[in-house]
Design a protein around this ligand. Structure first.
Ligand SMILES: [Zn+2]
Length: 157
């Protein structure tokens, strides 16, 4: 194996994200030095590898959770439509309320998943534009609570 001097493993870099200096976010791809040319921090390739893997997995988790939030939007919208539409029609209202209630609960269960994913460290954000959409998650929880209130407190017709 070439390039092992000084613990340098750059020639065997196979991660899906580039080696990034944790001190200054400089991209260390192709760097021959043992120190970051930008901030002078000692380069520990094993640390950069661990960071790249950690952030890559975090990125996948964020993508999954943001997809889940999109499902939550449809779920919440469907819950609202079911509760309101059947109330207006005046047919199957009780069943629609129960179904809408459970769909709203499922929306909340889906949305809170976003809070299980932490934001990326500062140095990683340049490479990972997508963050967990906490705002959407909060909006979904509030919306779902409003639908639950509707399902429970709408007066009987
Ligand atoms: Zn640096």
């Amino acid at each position: 194996m070439m390039g092992m001097r000084g613990g340098r493993l750059e020639s065997t870099w196979r991660e899906k994200l580039p080696p990034i200096c944790p001190g200054c976010s400089y991209n260390l791809t192709g760097i021959e030095s043992v120190r970051c040319p930008e901030c002078g921090r000692a380069i520990v390739w094993s640390e950069l590898r661990t960071n790249a893997r950690t952030v890559y997995h975090a990125m996948r988790a964020v993508e999954d959770v943001n997809d889940l939030l999109n499902v939550g939007v449809y779920l919440g919208a469907a819950a609202l439509v079911i509760v309101v539409l059947f109330y207006i029609i005046g047919y199957g209202v009780s069943l629609a309320r129960v179904v809408g209630l459970f769909m709203a609960l499922a929306t909340i269960g889906t949305s809170v998943q976003a809070f299980r994913v932490r934001r990326f460290p500062e140095w990683a954000t340049e490479w990972l534009p997508q963050q967990p959409n906490y705002l959407k998650a909060v909006a979904l929880v509030i919306g779902a609570l409003a639908i639950i209130a509707l399902a429970v407190f709408l007066p009987a017709r």
